[in-house]
Design a protein around this ligand. Structure first.
Ligand code: RIB
Ligand code: CA
Length: 323
């Protein structure tokens, strides 16, 4: 088997972040070195608890969790608790997890890990505040970074916080723009153009609950609130799970297609948080991003289910109506 790829997951759990953590922790291709928490869907301290819950379910409490930035670089924090629930996991209000390794200093952990380990990649599933802070502190450490995947942005599709802005880049546009301008590596932008196609339907959720035991019940429980929100807000039956696609794409690039371009994030005004993708190269700038535009939904969903429930592969592949 190929060597496992070392990753730091920076996230704002968050229901879809939590599903992404499950996928990463149950994928043998990955070694999750650590999880860094950023303010976003919920205040960062709540995000720490939600990450610990996902780790506990995957018997992975040995993976350290680092509390990161509790406010964006410049803006006031605007959370998405209307979407993810007060607790960030569908108002299940789980009991506090006492085990696990929880430390402060997400930015320092990122710098320290990049400095001492080779071939480490970062999968960012929330606002880019932690990443920007780490870059500001020690840009040189990022020369050792392998790849950078960011769930965020929108190219040819409408936003989810404004007509043009996607939540992660809208919460902290200054951080997002700083990272796009200073990372020095191509950012794989897993934006709403592809993630909106990843809808977890009631059929699939019912199937997950029937085959999934404790993990299946957790997924059913944390997505209930999210499904209700999607019906009220977007007239969708089911829920869009953005973040797991970033993990799946990191594992298997062939799931998505896209193109290289230069990207800049709008800092303020009516288009605040918009990811301006210069697809026609008007500004003649160097490409700093790879923009995903197509996704094979079925291949994603099969990967998601097969990794979460490897002992149920036969049911996953043969049960009618799952996808
Ligand atoms: O816009 C969707 C993104 O914002 C997802 O990462 C979701 O978890 C929130 O962070
Ligand atoms: Ca997220």
């Amino acid at each position: 088997m190929k060597e496992r790829r070392k990753v730091i997951i920076d996230c704002d759990p968050g229901i879809d972040d939590s599903l992404a953590l499950l996928l990463a922790l149950k994928s043998k291709e990955l070694e999750v070195l650590g999880i860094t928490i950023v303010c976003g869907n919920v205040p960062a301290k709540q995000g720490v608890q939600n990450a610990l819950k996902a780790l506990e379910l995957c018997k992975s409490l040995h993976v350290p969790v680092y509390l990161g930035e509790e406010t964006p670089l410049k803006r006031e924090l605007v959370t998405a608790q209307d979407t993810h629930g007060e607790d960030g996991v569908g108002e299940c209000f789980f009991e506090e997890i006492n085990g696990g390794i929880v430390k402060n200093g997400a930015a320092h952990y990122i710098i320290e890990t990049l400095a001492k380990e080779n071939n480490v990649s970062i999968i960012a599933l929330g606002p880019l505040t932690n990443i920007a802070k780490a870059l500001m502190k020690d840009k040189e450490a990022f020369q050792n970074l392998d790849e950078f995947i960011s769930m965020g942005g929108a190219f040819r599709i409408h936003g989810n916080c404004s007509p043009v802005a996607e939540f992660n880049y809208w919460v902290d546009p200054q951080a997002a723009d700083y990272v796009y301008k200073n990372l020095g590596k191509k950012i794989h932008m897993v934006g709403l153009d592809v993630t909106r196609k990843i809808v977890l339907t009631p059929n699939t959720i019912e199937f997950i609950e029937k085959i999934g035991g404790e993990l299946g019940k957790y997924i059913k429980d944390i997505t209930r609130f999210y499904v209700d929100f999607h019906w009220k807000q977007e007239g969708i039956i089911g829920c869009v799970i953005n973040d797991p696609l970033a993990v799946a794409y990191f594992i298997d690039r062939s799931i998505c297609r896209g193109f290289s371009s230069s990207v800049e994030i709008v800092h303020e005004g009516i288009a605040m948080g918009q990811s301006i993708v210069d697809a026609e190269n008007f500004y003649k700038r160097e490409d700093n991003a790879f923009i995903l535009t197509e996704v094979d939904f079925k291949r994603f969903m099969l990967m998601f289910l097969e990794r979460l429930f490897p002992e149920k592969i036969n049911l996953i592949q043969n049960t009618q109506g799952v996808m």
